[in-house]
Design a protein around this ligand. Structure first.
Ligand code: SF4
Length: 510
């Protein structure tokens, strides 16, 4: 019978969360490298280059891959022969590990968790509690998988109770376009089939903890019905042409995982959960001999892809920008922004628009006239950093505020990630504005373009405060032009149906 110490479990969970905040798994790096080689869409290829370059920078600098450092998900298999040297229960020990990881002063992670979710939504400040799933199994060890799941991808989770005669593949392929680009593809899809409603969701999440092995599966051929389903969904989803960040391209999913469970004869519960460009998980086992030892990945694993500002990209001065200049931007065009950029996301927008709608003035120092806003909630800086990783957040959450921001607040343009709704696109057209996207999952790389930062409003909102960034050559793509053309509508059709014809080989075998 093994004796597992409280201190070992806490230290292992804390180390695991720090580790996955800056290291992608080797299988993910290889799959993304392969997607980069295959990609034909220029904008999608540029986005993948940013994700790979960001990934390597984070591994070298031990800083988060994404500004959204996630909600912590923990799967624990406790051997029935394990005894514990602890006065706390298992969940309290795991949450102490979460607390230590997120407050680590050398690499402070963003605490995104709020209590009272349907009410005040008050931050718990240390990213606790984790979502913990525990099983009792035979044996004398504790097996733990720790994941940090981004809100953008978690928000796109889907569930349906199908009729038993319905096609699971048809349903999954049908809902992926509805997910939009807010889940920051390329990534993975986890599919859970069977059991009950909650079991299907759990299976989908659990399946995402497996390494990417689609190249191997394609090379050897499916050996059973679930593997056939994985291949079918993988090919059909990539055939949609959605591509990296929804810009249009060949790779939307790097792998599709499926787990199933017996279900009621009258039911076919199906869940799909995407995992994003910041796919983060690690597995370890405690056997009573001490904390887990997590070996850093070899930096030689990263493909030799180094994103550099595109010489063809148009350089834009934010300080002299006019509506006449914005009118010359084309959907899909790459820009490099320099100058002063304001920030703001959900909470700040809510306050600003409430004041404007009530005819009240904005607080001193807050003036959005002829300015560009970036939807971002950065990680706190450490050391000499101006700002921590600062990638875009999903823009359509700001759709309900955009017409007021463009009209009453006088905003020129917006920067975020993923698509906008039809009413916002019409508002952009009417106000001769534009919507630009930065790459989700390239947060540390984006933060390198930020040379100075100061809070200009709502300081009490913390990471949701309004900042003014001074940026130099910040890479963005025009997602909605002032004429109302959306790259998320116009980009994918060019790649629809093109994936199926691409030969697939095991990475490294070519
Ligand atoms: S890559 Fe996108 S979805 Fe994933 S954590 Fe970052 S912002 Fe969220």
């Amino acid at each position: 019978m093994s004796l597992v110490r409280e201190a070992d479990l806490i230290a292992s969970v804390a180390d695991a969360l720090q580790y996955i905040s800056y290291y992608h798994t080797p299988d993910f790096i290889a799959a993304m490298g392969r997607a980069y080689e295959l990609e034909q869409g220029a904008a999608a290829r540029d986005a993948i280059a940013q994700i790979l370059t960001n990934s390597r920078l984070c591994a070298e600098g031990h800083r988060p891959i994404c500004q959204d450092t996630g909600i912590v998900i923990v799967f624990v298999k406790v051997g029935m022969g394990v005894r514990w040297d602890s006065s706390r229960d298992l969940e309290a020990m795991i949450n102490e590990g979460v607390r230590r990881a997120y407050l680590d002063p050398d690499n402070k992670l963003r605490a995104s968790i709020v209590a009272d979710p349907a009410g005040k939504r008050t931050g718990t400040r240390d990213n606790t509690p984790a979502v913990i799933h525990t099983e009792l199994v035979p044996g004398e060890t504790v097996e733990i998988t720790v994941a940090a799941k981004g809100g953008g991808s978690e928000n796109k989770s889907m569930f349906a109770m199908l009729n038993p005669s319905d096609s699971v593949a048809d349903w999954v392929v049908g809902v992926v376009p509805d997910m939009g680009a807010g889940w920051c593809p390329p990534g993975m899809l986890g599919v859970g089939i069977g059991g009950s409603a909650e079991k299907a969701m759990l299976l989908a999440k659990k399946s995402l903890m497996e390494p990417i092995d689609m190249p191997e599966l394609l090379a050897r051929g499916p050996a059973n019905r679930l593997e056939e389903l994985r291949v079918e969904i993988y090919r059909r989803v990539n055939d949609l042409g959605i591509g990296a960040q929804g810009l249009g391209g060949l790779t939307t999913v790097l792998d599709v995982k499926v787990l199933d469970y017996p279900t009621h004869a009258a039911s076919l519960p199906v869940a799909v959960i995407p995992n994003c460009a910041a796919t983060r998980h690690v597995h370890f086992t405690l056997d009573g001999t001490g904390p887990a030892v997590l070996v850093p990945p070899d930096l030689a694993l990263w493909p030799k892809v180094t994103w550099k500002p595109d010489a063809q990209a148009r350089r834009v001065s934010l300080d002299t920008l006019t509506r006449a200049e914005i009118a010359t931007w084309k959907a899909g065009e790459r820009l490099l922004l320099s100058g002063k950029l304001l920030t703001g996301r959900d909470a700040a927008h809510k306050r600003i628009c409430a004041l404007l709608e009530a005819g009240k003035p904005l607080p001193d120092g807050l003036d959005f006239r002829n300015r560009v806003i970036y939807y971002v909630g950065p990680v706190d800086p450490v050391g000499a950093e101006v700002v921590g990783p600062a990638g875009p957040t999903t823009a359509n959450r700001m759709d309900r505020f955009s017409d007021t921001m463009l009209g009453k607040a006088g905003l020129l343009a917006m920067v975020g990630k993923a698509e906008r709704g039809p009413e916002t696109i019409e508002s952009i057209r009417r106000h001769r504005s534009a919507y630009l996207i930065a790459v989700g999952g390239a947060a540390f790389l984006v933060s390198q373009a930020i040379r100075a930062s100061r809070v200009v409003g709502f300081a009490e909102l913390g990471m949701e405060a309004v900042y003014e960034f001074d940026v130099r050559d910040m890479p963005v793509t025009v997602a909605v032009s002032s004429q109302g053309e959306s790259v998320h509508d116009s980009g994918p059709p060019a790649y629809r149906g093109k994936f199926a014809g691409i030969p697939v080989t095991v990475a490294g075998a070519r």
